[in-house]
Design a protein around this ligand. Structure first.
Ligand SMILES: [Zn+2]
Length: 109
């Protein structure tokens, strides 16, 4: 198993580090580790015109989050509420857990 960015996962709270939406905080809805991208709630929202048909009889404009490169995101620690770098800590049972490098607390998920 290979993932380039294993430290950001679905349902994490992240902050945007660069670009026009810098500082925006949202929840990770989906991670595409192959492409190194994540879809974050209310971040990088694009408007799409849809044609009438299917469920959408009228057609019109829908708003949808477009993927953001994971390197532009930083996890917000659930404990100290600061954007933080993550470390990994090996647990007694051999698995590893994510820890906040700022406050040293384990981060769930
Ligand atoms: Zn922390």
């Amino acid at each position: 198993m290979h993932t380039k960015h294993p430290l950001i996962k679905k349902n994490d709270k992240v902050v945007v580090r660069t670009g026009k939406e810098k500082g925006k905080i949202g929840t990770v809805l989906r991670v595409d580790s192959e492409r190194g991208r994540a879809v974050v709630e209310k971040v990088n929202v694009v408007k799409r015109h849809t044609k009438p048909g299917g469920k959408n009889a009228q057609g019109g404009i829908v708003e949808k989050e477009a993927p953001v490169h994971i390197s532009n995101l930083m996890l917000v620690c659930t404990k100290c509420a600061e954007p933080s770098r993550l470390g990994k800590k090996r647990l007694e049972d051999g698995s590893s857990a994510r820890v906040c490098k700022k406050c040293g607390e384990f981060i769930d998920g």
